[in-house]
Design a protein around this ligand. Structure first.
Ligand code: SAM
Length: 270
């Protein structure tokens, strides 16, 4: 009779658990991150430790944030003897990442993320962008395509524009579903987000920029003039050197910032 390990864990759907088991893929991710012993790493959702092992072995300080209490004994059994390993049991969406920073060094964030929380988690992390050097995430491939898309691309829209406002985005490589257990229904990909030290385009009011972009893309198939008519006149769009007859998916981040600043400076228009 086979003995059941005390740490045997059944993957939980509600925590988005798809554990990586492909050594080649794990290796490739670690090479892309290239952790150094002087780094301060933060892994979100270490799960059964597929990436954690190499991250700990790099010698870097590693803080991990795992929601599932049932994984805690397994993670402690595997890693608690390493004094660079620090486990935080809790929800990464509510986690105060500023408490991790020490001596002014920046955090390098890593996560094979549960797909259902990936977008809110990215925005939660972006609220700590000044503390973050870079982030490497495994996400649904479609989300990576949206993050990296530029004007004219069918994946271009609100998510990509707002993340590109804060970060340089590099789509690194796709990962097939066979690399996970259980296999997810969709393909995945690795993306690197590097918050800008100096943003190439600064909106006077980022909330206004969010409103403009959200409004433009809820009306994706309309012209810019029609999509944004509650916020700005066609003449004003043209006065910024932007064709008011173009569709939102053709408008660059710099142009959205220009529209947003015009609205901030002309609050009574239209
Ligand atoms: N890193 C492991 C791997 O690559 O095999 C596990 C990846 S699995 C896709 C996602 C992990 O995130 C699971 O361990 C899950 O329990 C954890 N998780 C889910 N929601 C979370 C949350 N809100 N905060 C922190 N961890 C979370």
């Amino acid at each position: 009779m086979s003995q059941k390990s005390p740490f045997e864990h059944r993957a939980r759907k509600r925590f988005g658990q798809n554990f990586l088991h492909d050594a080649g893929v794990i290796n490739r991710i670690i090479r892309a991150i290239a952790p150094k012993s002087s780094d301060h790493l933060v892994e979100i959702g270490p799960g059964q430790g597929a990436l954690t092992r190499d991250l700990v072995d790099s010698g870097a300080r590693l803080d991990v944030v795992e929601l599932d209490q049932d994984l805690v004994p397994l993670l402690l059994a595997n890693f608690s003897l390493k004094d660079n390993f620090h486990l935080h049991q809790g929800d990464a969406l509510r986690f105060d990442f500023s408490q991790l920073q020490q001596q002014g060094e920046k955090l390098r964030v890593i996560g094979n993320l549960p797909y259902n929380i990936s977008t809110p988690l990215m925005f939660h992390l972006l609220s700590y962008q000044d503390l973050i050097e870079d982030m490497h995430f495994m996400l649904q491939k479609e989300v990576v395509d949206r993050l990296a898309a530029g004007p004219g691309d069918k994946h271009y829209g609100r998510l990509g524009i707002m993340v590109q406002y804060y970060c340089q985005v590099d789509s690194l490589f796709p990962v097939g579903s066979g690399a996970f257990n259980p296999a997810p229904k969709v393909e995945s990909a690795i993306v690197r987000l590097r918050p800008y030290k100096e943003r190439p385009h600064m909106a006077q009011d980022v909330k206004q920029l969010e409103t403009v972009v959200r409004t433009a893309f809820t009306q994706r198939r309309k012209t810019l003039r029609n999509a944004l008519k509650s916020l700005i006149t066609a003449d004003s769009i043209e006065s910024l050197g932007i064709d008011a007859a173009s569709r939102p998916e053709r408008i660059t981040l710099a142009e959205f910032v220009a529209i947003s600043d015009h609205i901030s400076n002309n609050p009574t228009e239209p």
